[in-house]
Write a protein that binds this ligand. Structure first.
Ligand SMILES: CC(C)(COP(=O)(O)OP(=O)(O)OC[C@H]1O[C@@H](n2cnc3c(N)ncnc32)[C@H](O)[C@@H]1OP(=O)(O)O)[C@@H](O)C(=O)NCCC(=O)NCCS
Length: 203
């Protein structure tokens, strides 16, 4: 996940905490750095992330205001289990209509403690993030990107009904030294129907 820009005060427009059936979402604080280090220190989590920082570098970067402005902590039964990024941006627009494109787009990102993976927590948390985007944040287009080889991430996006819009060949250099394919996904607010029922269950 990259945190590149202020969030236009997006988190100030939400009534926190946000609760889902199993999770609580709230804006991250500097004091959450050690909690997040529990998963952000693990190679299986950092493998696909932008950086695998040392502990001290991670703690310093986690607390940067621009980063906290886009980061949510995900808690389960009072324990931090993951983090989400919601970065509100401007859609590209021609100059005459740029004001109308201000703050209309959001980029999402995620990481989850491995011991709680495989239970649908990421699906539940990202669905809540999308609800925030289409609700109080007033976002019209939601985007996310991943390496094509990061199957859990693109499966998550497809579970949520996001559309694969781009496949970029040998686009990004992984720290392994390999040039890897990338994928981009998106969802328009008008397309959001909530989390579809699981195909393996009669819900
Ligand atoms: C991406 C990531 C969050 C996905 O985690 P995940 O555990 O696969 O996702 P969920 O928590 O939504 O769980 C979904 C899995 O649990 C299963 N599941 C069980 N109960 C479920 C429920 N109630 N609802 C949905 N899925 C459920 C699903 O079938 C799915 O398994 P499958 O992919 O084998 O079909 C995780 O792999 C991760 O943190 N990766 C490292 C960080 C990273 O890559 N970040 C993104 C960089 S672009």
């Amino acid at each position: 996940m990259t945190a590149q820009a202020p969030n236009y005060g997006a988190f100030d427009r939400v009534d926190w905490p946000v609760r889902t059936p199993r999770l609580t979402l709230r804006p991250a604080t500097a004091a959450d750095a050690e909690t997040a280090w529990a998963w952000r220190s693990l190679p299986e989590v950092t493998h696909w992330l932008t950086a695998a920082w040392s502990h001290d570098e991670f703690v310093r970067r986690w607390a940067e205001p621009d980063r906290l402005a886009v980061t949510l902590l995900v808690e389960h039964e009072g324990r931090g289990v993951g983090d989400l990024m919601i970065r509100v941006t401007d859609a590209w627009a021609q100059a005459e209509v740029a004001d109308a494109a201000h703050g209309t787009q959001a980029e999402l990102g995620w990481s989850l403690l491995p011991v709680v993976q495989g239970r649908g927590f990421a699906t539940e948390a990202v669905a809540a993030a999308i609800e925030l985007c289409v609700g109080p944040l007033g976002i019209r287009r939601i985007e996310a990107n991943c390496f094509a080889a990061n199957e859990p991430s693109w499966r998550l996006m497809e579970r949520l009904g996001m559309r694969r819009e781009g496949h970029y060949v040998a686009e990004s250099l992984h720290r392994s030294g390999q040039w890897l394919d990338g994928l981009s996904y998106a969802l328009l607010a008008s397309e959001w129907r909530g989390v579809p029922p699981r195909a393996d269950r009669s819900e």
